[in-house]
Write a protein that binds this ligand. Structure first.
Ligand SMILES: [Fe+2]
Ligand SMILES: [Fe+2]
Length: 369
């Protein structure tokens, strides 16, 4: 079935064309790779997996409660709009809200696929090209997973959020090789990763939980790659060059803040988005929820060395400066562990079921003999 049959509003059926800016760089140095990057490349190869086999696609999804997350996560929960809704309408809102969320993940993953391929072309060093090629495969898998989930299980797809699209265009339409890293690995993926983590941890439904846990295992490598490459590069830049990067981060964070407001959903329910913004500003729960979404961006920006008073002031004004204290390595380590634990739990459950089956066959044979 065509995705166009599932969009909440008509979407242009032609491609979105972003002109290429900058050079494709060849290098004749094949030997001099950095150990840490080559180790990450090896890990990228070792940890490849097939979503068709690893994810249990037979798990059922209830479209009116796709994720099984508390209704408090909906910005209008507890307001007069929520109170006026019937159970059926609330189910519809849950459907739209998770469809919107996962649709942005899917479009963002396509952006990540294209950006990873772009980095292969434009980054000057071979070790980074090799690593990025593994990331391109990871991102292809993520596009595959999110699109299958939306099309086969949810049945409703939202168009790309215009702010996300703006940031993608800015990220790709820049000839400096580090900008795709900054826009994608730090901002877009940083935000997505935090959102994946929140949903993975609070969702009660096993299919979205599995999907997010396994995708996050890959993303931990992508963030490590972005940090390594940018930290090395930014040490060598001049103050005006760093300032340009900071401006980009500040603009990007504003775009991301607007992207997470999900205005399209409210418009579809006849609720004025400006009113929802005001409700959110008044709700400590949703404010906390939204600031969690910056929990991966802020420490990463600090870590790569873009930590001027202006950046700090921007984060302060957005209410997310606290997040700079988060330990990114610990968070990433936990992401990898959660995926591995999920695998071993599922494997143990399957083994127990197989053992019970064998025991039943033996018992039946003994009873018959
Ligand atoms: Fe991804
Ligand atoms: Fe990624």
């Amino acid at each position: 079935m065509s995705t166009h049959d599932l969009y909440t509003a008509p979407v242009d059926t032609s491609t979105w064309n972003v002109p290429l800016a900058g050079d494709a760089r060849f290098t004749w140095e094949y030997g001099d790779g950095r150990d840490r990057l080559l180790a990450l490349y090896q890990k990228g190869k070792d940890k490849q997996w097939d979503s068709v086999k690893r994810i249990d696609w037979d798990l059922e999804v209830d479209p009116h409660d796709v994720l099984g997350v508390p209704d408090q996560s909906l910005a209008i929960y507890g307001t007069r709009y929520w109170d006026a809704m019937s159970d059926r309408e609330r189910g519809e809102l849950r459907l739209h809200s998770s469809s919107w969320q996962f649709s942005q993940f899917m479009h963002g993953e396509q952006g990540a696929l294209i950006t990873a391929a772009r980095i292969v072309e434009s980054v000057p060093d071979l070790d980074a090209k090799l690593y990025s090629a593994t990331q391109a495969m990871d991102e292809a898998r993520h596009v595959e997973i999110f699109s299958r989930f939306l099309q086969d299980k949810v049945g409703l797809v939202y168009p790309i959020n215009t702010k996300l699209q703006d940031l993608l265009a800015e990220t790709l339409d820049d000839s400096r090789w580090d900008m795709p890293y900054l826009g994608m690995q730090v901002l877009i993926e940083g935000l997505a990763l935090a959102a994946f983590g929140v949903i993975r941890d609070i969702a009660a439904r096993p299919l979205p939980k599995q999907i997010l846990a396994y995708v996050m295992q890959d993303e931990a490598r992508h963030v490590a790659f972005g940090r390594m490459a940018l930290r090395d590069h930014y040490r060598e830049l001049t103050a005006p060059e760093l300032k340009e990067r900071e401006e980009f981060v500040i603009d990007g964070c504003h775009l991301m803040r607007d992207r997470i407001r999900g205005r399209e959903v409210w418009t579809n329910f006849g609720i004025p988005p400006a009113e929802v913004d005001a409700l959110v500003a008044d709700s400590p729960y949703t404010r906390m929820f939204q600031s969690l979404l910056f929990s991966r961006i802020v420490p990463c920006v600090r870590d790569i060395g873009l930590w001027s008073p202006r950046i700090r002031a921007t984060f302060e004004e957005m209410g997310v400066l606290e997040a700079s204290k988060a330990d990114l390595d610990a968070l990433m380590g936990a992401d990898e562990e959660i995926a591995e634990r999920l695998d071993s739990e599922r494997f143990a459950a399957e083994e127990a079921a197989r053992r019970a089956e064998v025991d039943a066959v033996i018992a039946a044979a003994e009873a018959g003999s």
